[in-house]
Design a protein around this ligand. Structure first.
Ligand SMILES: Nc1ncnc2c1ncn2[C@@H]1O[C@H](COP(=O)(O)OP(=O)(O)OP(=O)(O)O)[C@@H](O)[C@H]1O
Ligand SMILES: [Mg+2]
Length: 252
């Protein structure tokens, strides 16, 4: 399988402090990757460099064949590499389906959402509604398609956020602590759908998650960071049994 994301020797400085310090990482298409490491080791800063929120001070980031280091966020998103919070928060009074349709860029989706109330639909509208409906099936949100977003559970809202990224054409999704405040059962629910999106649509994921006991079992590959660098990578088992990783977590 081809490499979709290649982070090569990336550094990000805050003043003279290197929050990311020569980080290397490669992700292949259709994989679920987990990024772990102690608080403050640079995970969020790295994801901010990848998604274009920060410009790295050194190194290169390649998405597929393009060097995207320093590109603006919207351009990186247009390439299909999307961080979920870049998509505007759901409109809580709109239904699940309407939220999927208004996520389409260039306002085209807004017209399509309105078209739900029109007797005849254009081809593009039929296509968008079909795509939304298919994604809602894979995300397990079909039963709430006509419910206002403010009646969805925390887990369902997270899945809707992923669905909205997919409506925008996302092929690689960066999730920074997707399940922070929700209970472990919902965490399992979200990861199960992440695996379904990988298997049915070939979507690639990079997930930062502190709940290792839940996340580890869903990851194809784990990157462990420490002090801005890649400390170790491998299967969840290899990484979490490695003495260096254990020391990084527990302190010396
Ligand atoms: N905008 C900023 N200005 C200055 N220092 C920053 C900034 N953002 C992050 N840092 C510092 O860079 C380091 C890495 O922070 P980062 O948020 O990337 O860590 P993290 O691995 O995501 O941590 P956590 O697990 O707590 O989310 C920390 O020491 C942090 O204090
Ligand atoms: Mg963080």
């Amino acid at each position: 399988m081809s490499v979709v994301l290649n982070v090569s020797n990336v550094t990000k400085l805050f003043g003279s402090f290197a929050a990311v310090d020569g980080m290397n990482m490669q992700m292949k298409e259709g994989g679920v990757y987990l990024l772990v490491g102690p608080n403050g080791c640079g995970k969020t800063t790295l994801v901010n460099c990848i998604s274009g929120i920060y410009t790295p001070n050194g190194g290169n980031i390649y998405y597929r064949t393009a060097d995207i280091s320093g590109e603006p966020m919207f351009k990186i998103a247009q390439r299909g590499l999307v961080r979920t919070f870049q998509i505007a928060a759901p409109f809580l009074r709109l239904t699940t389906l309407e939220n999927m349709l208004v996520a389409i860029p260039d306002n085209a989706g807004e017209n399509i959402a309105l078209s739900l109330f029109r007797p005849t639909w254009a081809d593009s509208e039929v296509k968008a509604v079909r795509r939304a409906s298919e994604l809602l099936r894979v995300l397990g949100l079909r039963h709430v398609w006509n419910m206002p977003a403010n009646t969805l559970s925390g887990g369902e809202l997270k899945l809707l956020e992923i669905g909205r990224a997919l409506m925008c054409g996302a092929e690689t999704i960066l999730l920074d602590e997707p399940v922070g405040s929700i209970d472990p059962q919902l965490c399992h629910q979200i990861f199960n759908h992440v695996l379904r999106l990988r298997d049915e649509l070939g979507i690639t994921f990079l997930v930062i998650e502190h709940r290792l006991e839940v996340a580890a079992q869903y990851a194809d590959h784990v990157f462990a960071m420490d002090r801005g660098k890649l400390l170790m990578e491998g299967t969840a088992e290899e990484v979490f049994e490695d003495p260096r990783v254990i020391t990084a977590y527990l302190g010396e």
